[in-house]
Design a protein around this ligand. Sequence first.
Ligand code: 3H9
Length: 701
Amino acid sequence: MSDVVTLSVSDRIATVTIDSAPVNAADYPVRAGLQKAFTDLAARTDFDAVLVICAGRTFMAGADIGEFDTGIKAPHHQDLFNLVESCAKPVVAALHGTALGAGTELAMACHYRIADKGARIGLPELSLGIIPGAGGTQRAPRLIGLDAAMDLVLSGKPLPAPKALELGLVDEIAAGDLNAAALAFAKKLVAEGKGVRRTCDMTPKDADKAAEIVAARQAQVAKTMKNRTSPVKALEAMAATTSLSFKEGLKLEADISKQLEHAVEARAMRHLFFADREVRKIPGITKDIKARPIRKVGIIGAGTMGGGIAMCFANIGVPVTIIDVSDENLQRGLGVIRKNYERSVSRGSLSQEQLESRMGLLSASTDYAALKDADLAIEAVFEKMELKKDIFAKLDAVLPAGAILGTNTSTLDIDEIANTTKRPADVIGLHFFSPANVMPLLEIVQGKQTAMDVLLTALDMAKLIKKTGVVSKVCYGFIGNRMMDPYGREAERMVQEGATPAEVDGALEEWGMAMGILAVYDMAGVEVGENTRIANPHMVPKDPSFYRCSTLLVANKWLGQKVGRGYYRYEGGKRASCPEVIEMMHAEGKRLNVPSRKPGKQEILDRCLFSMINEGAKLLEEGIALRASDIDVVYTAGYGYPRYRGGPMFYADTIGLKVIYDKIVEFQKTLDPQYWTPAPLLEKLAKSGSTFAQWDASNRK
Ligand code: 3H9
């Protein structure tokens, strides 16, 4: 038998065990092992039922994602799962952990399924730009109905075992030990004379309503997943369960899979799957370095940011003490947190008991002495250096030795803050994104003196609080906001040239950004960028024609959504163009000698996206970002950059660095030469025909 798949028979029950750490992915050795096991079983008669189980932390978590790039070797998943389904004796899958993608498809090819009560079962293929391609598009609708299957695939969210039971995706939830329950289940099947029950022979229970279901799901995709191919194709394959035979459906699924696997959407999303995990790999964090324990956390500042961060820790059972200058601020902050949790209760994602237990973990004080036993303190107050330094002096005085001092700054110099303490090695930047309890990104800012175990603790902590932690070195704006700066600058200049905010944002949103940059400024508060520029005077160019529309907006107190007016007007929650602002910006452009013109959609995209990429290249050569792929993670996790485009640096590779370099040189001549200087790294890679991915790979060696 193979190393990773074993077959044993005891008491007339055959057990096929997959044991391939870390997640039992269906790579070639697992497929070959499964093929051998089921081929052997086809020739044997000494068993009455088969159990398929997985060792370790999870049932099969899908196909081997890396294999799509190298080409999938036979046996193909579809053929293999057909072999499993063709078994003449009942086959029972025992699911624990996360059965995902090909794991769920294997389970559906088995004749029965029993799940651990904590198991989660899903088909997340669209998050990789592909469709369930191991029979999933054909079996899921037959097993649970067309609409439920379409929901499972479009949401990509794994179902908790009880929900899977309700839908008929599993037949039973194990009361205790899963393997013992699965064995009992198999024996009962045999005793009751229940034979095989093949999903391929079933008909979707809601086939008669197929036309309406498909139309509604297509409308959902058009509205919520624009510019994507895989969701459209997944619906096409699943809809075929009501018109094609199982065999014909499998052929359609295979044909679609082949088209999608190497398309940009799938390559981009695979790139991000691995990039999201690679961020944790930091040179210098060796195996002997151990993370520090985080048993109690202090948050300084009970505002929106501090409250959101406090929730992140309460959500994972870590007690938090919030410090603020007045009881009134503290009570207001706790009230907002409670309201946030209450919203989750009303949506059904949290129980009232969970709410109370999380609120029970939160305490509040105006006295820093309450942090005397905290392992980590995170300051989350206004972006004012003097205020932050004052807080760090207080933290330095009360925190125990070994505690970590974090600052949630988005732009300020961590080293300057660290140097005001007696323990700069314990100081780190923890840049959360608002709302902190929701947004998945955490920029972890490594100061010049930050200790490696502090960095490791921050990376581990990010994972625990379900965030993607990306390490940045210190510079103005770190990775994310520094790249926002040229991006926003171009958008603002185009408005001064004569484009409307709606034209600029519209082009970006049509391309896939969750929100155009000017609408983002309105959401965050137009004064935020202004204030950070004032706090970092060395960043503001000396050029007298420096164009920032935000300066004018702030002067008029048009600060964005919160006052109903900024780049746009906001009426009834909707944004609308504001002719007064458009006119005012254009006049300001003329005053600053910005040439009057109307940039087209493509130019808007090139100027916004390429200025960002150029800055990304500078971050790489300055060593602020470790990898181009880290930049992609920052932008997709924190800035609404579409995952199906892979992030700014991956996108640059798909366009071709030479194309981008040439365009930047052209902009240098035709636009503002002060800003359009190609980054030396971009120039070098473009001229040598290389890519950012190759740059990452060569640095990895
Ligand atoms: C599919 O099934 C297609 C089929 O329909 C059709 C086929 C024709 N492959 O996430 P973690 C690695 S598509 C390769 O840190 P966790 C991961 O890179 C697949 N590698 O652990 C990491 O490596 P490293 C559909 C994989 O406990 C290590 O395992 N399935 C795969 O936080 C640990 O991973 C999915 O999309 C894989 N499938 O989370 C599920 N999975 O240590 C993808 C993991 O070197 N996986 N690795 O960085 C997950 O969502 C999470 O890994 C899981 C565990 C929830 C399972």
